[in-house]
Ligand binder design. Structure first.
Ligand code: CA
Length: 237
């Protein structure tokens, strides 16, 4: 693939997609932005490309001719945490959820525009570049909310907000995975434990509490966002 326009230090993006019009759209949109691009049209070729060329990010179609895209995620997650954005068709909520639970970071529903594509890619690259909150620094900030995961403290502006243990655990999980979409099942399992799979309303109730305590306008949240039919995402900027 001709990629002469790209700067050799630009991020390398792997596109794993078998539909020619979408391949073409992605290639054209990303090339203009100066990204370097590698492409595969099957799951097998995609895993080989990722293993050998270490892209900065992967755009992955879920419906590939030789295998489900989820098998690519599982295989890559065995050794790498590089960002994976899934490309799926409208109405494929179940496979999106499976992909996120298998370790994908985000998804785009076809058809999507260039603006949304670039925003998701930049957000994923920023996230990959930043040190984990669990390192030396346990502090976090989004909007006028800030806190310390180790001290289990949260403030809105300068005022400390009292959270229950489970509210704090849910917030901490969102902070550690900020800007990623977390599914209902994942949140239930991590915060309430494996026996809670049939209690999806827990997450809804606790998320409403967190919004009331942390968001300026809880009915129009700026940070604790709902991903309709999928789960939630903490937007950190
Ligand atoms: Ca496909």
């Amino acid at each position: 693939m001709n990629n002469d326009m790209a700067n050799p230090s630009a991020p390398l993006i792997a596109i794993i997609e078998d539909e020619a019009p979408i391949q073409k759209f992605l290639h054209a949109s990303l090339q203009v932005e100066g990204f370097r691009i590698i492409q595969a049209t099957t799951a097998k070729e995609g895993v080989r490309l990722i293993t050998q060329q270490h892209p900065a990010i992967v755009l992955l179609d879920l419906g590939l001719p030789d295998a489900d895209g989820i098998s690519v995620i599982s295989s890559v997650r065995g050794w790498s945490s590089l960002p994976i954005i899934v490309l799926s068709a409208r109405g494929e909520e179940k496979s999106k959820i499976e992909a996120l639970d298998a370790g994908a970071d985000d998804y785009l529903t076809k058809p999507f525009g260039v603006g949304e594509l670039l925003a998701r890619i930049r957000s994923a690259l920023r996230r990959a570049a930043r040190p984990p909150v669990d390192g030396e620094d346990h502090t976090f900030r989004f909007g006028n909310v800030h806190g310390d995961l180790a001290a289990r403290q949260v403030f809105v502006d300068e005022n400390e907000v009292k959270l229950t243990k489970l509210e704090f655990d849910l917030l901490a999980l969102l902070v550690r995975n900020r800007d990623r979409v977390l599914t209902h099942q994942y949140l239930l399992k991590e915060v309430w434990g494996p026996g809670s799979a049939n209690e999806p309303h827990y997450v809804r109730v606790f998320m409403a509490n967190l919004r009331k305590k942390l968001e300026k306008n809880p009915s129009r949240p700026q940070y604790l966002l709902t991903e309709q039919g999928i789960g939630y995402r903490l937007r950190s900027s």
